[in-house]
Every structure is written in structure tokens, then in C-alpha cells.
Design a protein around this ligand. Structure first.
Ligand code: ATP
Ligand code: MG
Length: 684
């Protein structure tokens, strides 16, 4: 039984699966069977008689957990999994743990988890001035860095951050008083309990004798510390990861966890898997070529096990309509030739790019689903804009007025809105008319003086914009922004980039509609998009569309990646990390099994206007498109130097090539040559 079970593994995978006691790091590139290896290992441990209850496997998403459970269980007889092993997300594990132990923090175990909307509501009730998105992300960052409100306060610089530290303290107080926990608490509170109570740490560690983690490159400091505590009584931690696929740096994930694995967990065995079973050789060749441009890497290479396969297609199109048309045609013929829609996916770096695809799919009747994301017209910022435009067309649209009367924030709270609504029903008038017809004094008596003034200004602005809409529609969007600063209200917010990209895409689309249809107006546009976004209730399989982040760990027979233009992929600007963008490129390319198509356009909506774009440097770096790139030059090591590498051991430098601040070294490790950046080795 046990041997059969390992039959489908290669030699290195087998070594990893059969490794029982002691720390194990499986370090391997995309598609090399990491997930397959640990799911097989899980089944193997059970098959040799290890109690399933003593095995804990942790992942990042529920989808991944479900898939792994299915894979592992399919290898076992039902009788062996009477009590199934715990295989879940980090957060789920935290929840189960807290159910048992939260009393250690003087709290009751009937606590309630709040989701991100609840969290925003709580924060809004504490503070109205600082953007909630900023508060949410800062507090999450503090918790994941294990910083208490007091510590944050003592380190805070400037008025804003001191204030955020105070809000953090009030927020924590609110949670504990009402016995609530947020997502971050699901990791932080178990950590605190385990850290402060050795007995519980020992008991828990004895309970879970074997621990495994998939996608270890995306763990953060808190997750590492939690794992360390779970290993109080043993060192049986098996992690799998790929430094080249670390794409959550912005959320605090640190590749340090992989690099220092053998320091953190003594006597760790490292197994490297280099054979890729997923993609054709052609796809691998270009994925390898791309990632080699990164400096910060351990220097792995993927070796194909499959045929060369068909060549990668690169589509060059005039604009997004042209791009969509080509992709829709390709997908239609794939489906006609008998391929299943679920084997097809389209990836993009920026979610705003789904708009033109969705339009194309809806028009052609192709079924699609947005994985891990919302359809374009369901995104909050787009709904807000549509609500504004509906008001311009129909002043009595109370529903839309209520939606945007305080967006961007102008101090109109829910009580004021309720009062207005009550009065509007009472007088049988729309909210808009009510505000307009009452004089300042009457209105003040209902909502107070300050609100009355704000509402009057709002009404007048709407009327002005209506005038502009009717006389010179091409000026409408600029005037709308000048009046309400809607787009700017997302400046400097953590999720601002994606939201503004959606707004820009929408504005660009409206302007284009007016140019293409000089005789049509805003009302026609709104009607058009209602029809366009109506995706008939198709049954059956759907083509997947998703962001590259959401595609982690997945594979598709036919893959399309769109938007390969500078500014869209890589995103360029303040705070973007080009190496992380490139890792995203690598993740994207390595999702493809058989056929890969990349696409770039000459023009797309950028910052709300149609703009000329340059093709992505990634197309050049991956060797798919000819072009030249500027590489900084500086010198480093010399041929013949002996060096030591944390993972690969000692070797001799055979070649030195300058690359950025570092240099790329070709090192001979006992006969095996590898290209590695100098910052990852030390001279011996
Ligand atoms: P990622 O880094 O993208 O998460 P991974 O390393 O986890 O990839 P898997 O998803 O486990 O890779 O495997 C990729 C594909 O290769 C799967 O379809 C899997 O079934 C197949 N595969 C893995 N190992 C083998 C093997 N030894 N023989 C045949 N197929 C294999
Ligand atoms: Mg995987």
C-alpha cells in the first residue's frame, strides 16, 4: 500500500514524502510537484500508521485546502481516514485553537469573528476623519508585526500616526469588550497564548506531531513564529515553497522564512525538485529567462519533462477591443474543437482590465467566471459612479442619492439620510426636490445648519453638472471630477491604485463611447452597459478570469495573459517593487500547461484617457519579443573564488556577469552548475 502510494513520484519527491522526522524544506520551482509531494506525504504518513489526528497541514486558501484534501484522500482507503487529519488554512486553525484556549486571555469562547466590512464599520464609528482603508491596513500591519497599541504609539512619527495608534488602542478595546476577533487576531491571539503559556504550547505541539505548510514563501513573521511555537516539542515541520513565487511582500510575507529555514529549524533536510511536470519546454524556457533578471533569488532552474510543445503566441493589438476580439475568437475555436472551458483561463495584473474582456464575453455569449474577484460593474467605485450618473439623468432617484450623498465624505451621516428619507416620504417628494425646495432655515431644522449647507451645495452641483451634460457632454467627466473630486478621494489609500485604475478605465470607456457615438448621450451609455453586463444565466463550465495573485498554485491547459504593457504589467510608480512584479510574471507564465498566449496593445485607457503604451519589458526579458534593455553595470566576484551558499553548499565561481548592483555568478557545486547572485553567497 505505502509503496504503491509513492509510485507516481520521482526520486526526489519520494525522498521528501518518505522523510518522517525532523525539519524538511522542499524548495522547488513552479509546477515541480510541491503540492503533489506534500499531499502524497500526508497520505503516506497515514498509510504507515501515523495517527491522522496528529498531522496538521496548513495552506493559504480554502480552495487549496479542499483540493489537497481530495488529492490526499483519493490515495487512501476510507478505513484509514475515519478521523481525518486537520488540513485547513492558517486562519481556520487559529479559530479552532481559540475555541479551546481563548479563556487564557480572559475572554469567553463564544466570540464572534468580524469580516472586513464589520471591521470598517467599527473603525468608522471610532474615527471619521482618517480614511478607513488606511486604518484597516495599518492595524493589520501592526498585528502581523506583533505590535501592541502601546508599542505602536511609542514608535509613531507625526500627528497622523500617533492618532492611528490611539485609534488602534480604541479598536482593540472595542473588540475585547464585545468579544469580537478580526482575521488577524485568528493568528495573533493563538500566538500570544502559546507564547505566554508553555504548557499549552507543549500540549498543542504534542497533539500535532507532524506539521506541513504549502506556499511557505508567502508566510509572514507572525506565521513563522506561530509555527515555531507549534514545534515546541518536536521539529517535524515540512514546508514547501518557491522563492521565485513570493508575491505577497506588500502584505508582510518574507522570503527570509525560506532563506533562514535551516537556521530556524536545526538539522533541516533540504530537498530540491527541479523537474517541471506542468508546462511544455517552450513555456519553461521563457519563464526561466524572465526570472533570471531578478537579483534577489536563490538561483533555481526549472527543467522540463515534457515535449517542446507549441510556440508561445504574442498578440500585438491596436487597442483592448482588438485584443478581446482575438482572444474571444481563439477561445471559441478551442471550445468548438472540444476543449473544456474549465481548462482555459485569462490572467491580468490589474483588475480593471477585466472590463473589456467581460464586455467581449457577454457579447459573444461565452461563459466566464471571475475567480477571487468581482465583476467590473459590481465594484463599489463603479457602482458609485453609475449612481451619480443616474442622478444626473433622474433627479428623483432616491436610491442612488442615498448611495452617494456622502461619497466622497462630506459629513452626511446615516441619521441625516434617514431624516431626509422620512421627510421625503412624508411630503411625497424626492430627496433631491426636498433639499431644493426647502429654504435653508427649514432644511436646517431637519438636519442641522452645517448639513443643510452641505446638502444645498450638493444639489446645486448636481444641477450644474446636469447642465453641462446637456450642453457639452465631452466636458462632463472633467467637470464632475472638478466638482466632487471623486477619483482623488482614493489618493494614497492602500487599495487606491486598483480602484483608481477601475475609475480610469470607466471614464476612458465613457469618453470613447461619446466619441464613437456623437449623437448618443449619458442615458444611452447607461442603458448600453446594463445590457452589456447582463450575463445570461449560462449553465455548465466557464472560462476563468482572474488576477495573477489569485492564480497562485493553479494550472490551466490554455492560458492567456493580457495587458503586457509598461504601466500595467509591470506596474510602475511609487512603491512598486520591480522584482516582485517580475515574480508575478513568473507565476503567470508558469500557470500554463500546453498553450500560452501573451497580449499587448498600443493603446488602452490609462488615467481615464486613451493613451499610447509601450510593450512590457517582460516580453523582452522572457525572450519573446526582440528589444533592448539597459542594464546597470558594476563589478563583483572573480573567476576561481570559492564561495558558500546556504542551500547549495560550497562551490567554485566559473563565470561572473554583472547584473544590477550585484553580479551573477556561475558556480560549480560539485559538478552541478548554477547561476546565482553574489548577494546569496559568501566567499570562503
Ligand atoms: P506551484 O509552484 O505552481 O504551486 P507545484 O510545485 O505545487 O506548483 P503541483 O501543482 O504539485 O506543482 O504539480 C504540477 C503538475 O505536475 C500537476 O499536474 C501534477 O499532477 C504534475 N506532477 C507533479 N509531479 C509529477 C510526477 N512525478 N509525475 C507526473 N506528474 C507530476
Ligand atoms: Mg503548489
Amino acid at each position: 500500500m505505502s509503496d504503491n502510494l509513492l509510485q507516481s513520484l520521482n526520486k526526489s519527491q519520494k525522498i521528501a514524502a518518505e522523510h518522517i522526522d525532523g525539519p524538511l524544506l522542499i524548495l522547488a520551482g513552479a509546477g515541480s510537484g510541491k503540492t503533489k509531494t506534500i499531499t502524497t506525504r500526508l497520505a503516506y504518513l497515514i498509510s504507515i500508521g501515523i495517527d491522522p489526528k496528529s498531522i496538521l497541514t496548513l495552506t493559504f486558501t480554502n480552495k487549496a485546502a479542499t483540493e489537497m484534501r481530495e488529492r490526499a484522500f483519493s490515495l487512501l482507503d476510507n478505513s484509514m481516514i475515519n478521523t481525518p487529519p486537520l488540513l485547513c488554512t492558517f486562519h481556520k486553525f487559529g479559530l479552532l485553537f481559540l475555541k479551546f484556549y481563548i479563556s487564557e486571555l480572559d475572554r469567553k469562547n463564544n466570540f464572534i469573528i468580524i469580516d472586513s466590512d464589520d471591521k470598517k464599520r467599527v473603525l468608522k464609528s471610532i474615527n471619521k476623519d482618517i480614511p478607513t482603508a488606511l486604518l484597516t491596513s495599518e492595524i493589520s500591519r501592526y498585528k502581523n508585526s506583533i505590535l501592541s497599541p502601546l508599542e505602536v504609539k511609542s514608535q509613531a512619527q507625526g500627528k497622523l500616526y500617533t492618532e492611528i495608534a490611539d485609534i488602534y488602542a480604541l479598536y482593540e478595546e472595542h473588540l475585547s469588550k464585545n468579544n469580537l476577533v478580526d482575521f488577524d487576531d485568528l493568528l495573533l491571539l493563538p500566538y500570544k497564548i502559546l507564547k505566554n503559556n508553555e504548557k499549552i504550547a507543549k500540549d498543542t505541539s504534542s497533539k500535532y506531531q507532524y506539521i506541513m505548510v504549502d506556499e511557505y514563501q508567502d508566510t509572514n513573521e507572525l506565521q513563522y513564529r506561530l509555527l515555531k511555537l507549534l514545534c515546541t516539542n518536536h521539529n517535524n515541520l515540512c514546508v514547501v515553497g518557491d522563492d521565485d513565487q513570493s508575491i505577497y511582500g506588500w502584505r508582510g510575507a518574507t522570503i527570509k522564512n525560506i532563506l533562514n529555514f535551516s537556521d530556524y529549524f536545526q538539522n533541516a533536510v533540504i530537498v530540491k525538485l527541479e523537474d517541471n511536470y506542468r508546462s511544455t519546454d517552450t513555456i519553461l524556457h521563457h519563464a526561466n529567462a524572465l526570472i533570471e533578471h531578478n537579483r534577489d533569488r536563490l538561483g533555481k532552474k526549472l527543467v522540463g519533462t515534457r515535449q517542446k510543445g507549441s510556440s508561445i503566441k504574442v498578440y500585438e493589438s491596436n487597442d483592448e477591443n482588438d485584443e478581446t476580439r482575438k482572444i474571444v475568437e481563439d477561445i471559441k475555436s478551442l471550445i468548438l474543437s472540444g476543449e473544456s472551458a474549465k481548462d482555459i483561463a485569462i490572467l491580468f495584473r490589474v483588475n480593471a482590465l477585466s472590463r473589456s474582456l467581460e464586455e467581449g464575453f457577454n457579447k459573444s455569449g461565452l461563459n466566464y467566471k471571475l475567480v477571487g474577484g468581482m465583476k467590473f460593474y459590481e465594484r463599489a467605485e463603479i457602482k458609485d459612479l453609475i449612481a451619480y450618473f443616474r442622478i444626473l439623468i433622474n433627479l428623483s432617484d432616491n436610491f442612488s442619492i442615498k448611495r452617494v450623498i456622502n461619497k466622497p465624505k462630506r459629513g452626511i451621516g446615516t441619521t441625516t439620510i434617514e431624516k431626509l428619507e422620512e421627510k421625503s416620504t412624508e411630503q411625497n417628494k424626492s430627496i433631491f426636490d426636498l433639499i431644493q425646495e426647502l429654504n435653508a432655515e427649514e432644511l436646517s431644522s431637519i438636519v442641522g445648519k452645517k448639513n443643510a449647507r452641505t446638502l444645498k451645495v450638493f444639489d446645486a452641483s448636481i444641477l450644474d453638472l446636469r447642465e453641462i451634460m446637456n450642453t457639452s457632454k465631452m466636458r462632463l467627466l472633467d467637470s464632475f471630477e472638478e466638482t466632487f473630486d471623486y477619483r482623488a478621494s482614493y489618493d494614497n489609500l492602500p487599495d487606491g491604485f486598483e480602484r483608481q485604475a477601475n475609475i480610469d478605465e470607466f471614464y476612458g470607456y465613457i469618453r470613447d463611447f461619446f466619441i464613437q457615438n456623437p449623437h448618443l448621450d449619458l442615458k444611452d451609455f447607461l442603458n448600453e452597459i446594463v445590457l452589456e453586463s447582463q450575463n445570461d444565466e449560462y449553465s455548465g463550465e466557464a472560462v476563468s478570469m482572474m488576477s495573477i495573485h489569485a492564480s497562485k498554485g493553479l494550472e490551466f491547459k490554455h492560458l492567456f495573459i493580457i495587458g503586457l504593457e509598461e504601466g500595467f504589467f509591470p506596474i510602475i510608480g511609487d512603491g512598486t517593487d520591480l522584482e516582485e512584479e517580475r515574480r508575478l510574471g513568473y507565476v503567470a507564465l508558469t500557470r500554463a500547461m500546453d498553450n500560452l498566449t501573451l497580449s499587448f496593445v498600443h493603446s488602452r485607457f490609462y488615467k481615464g484617457k486613451r493613451a499610447q503604451l509601450n510593450k512590457s519589458r517582460f516580453l523582452v526579458e522572457s525572450g519573446l519579443v526582440k528589444g533592448s534593455l539597459v542594464i546597470e553595470k558594476q563589478s563583483g566576484f572573480k573567476k576561481g573564488d570559492m564561495v558558500n551558499h546556504k542551500i547549495f553548499g560550497s562551490g567554485r565561481v566559473e563565470k561572473v556577469v554583472n547584473a544590477g548592483k550585484d553580479c551573477k555568478l556561475t558556480i560549480n557545486f560539485g559538478g552541478q552548475k548554477r547561476d546565482i547572485l553574489s548577494s546569496f553567497v559568501v566567499k570562503v
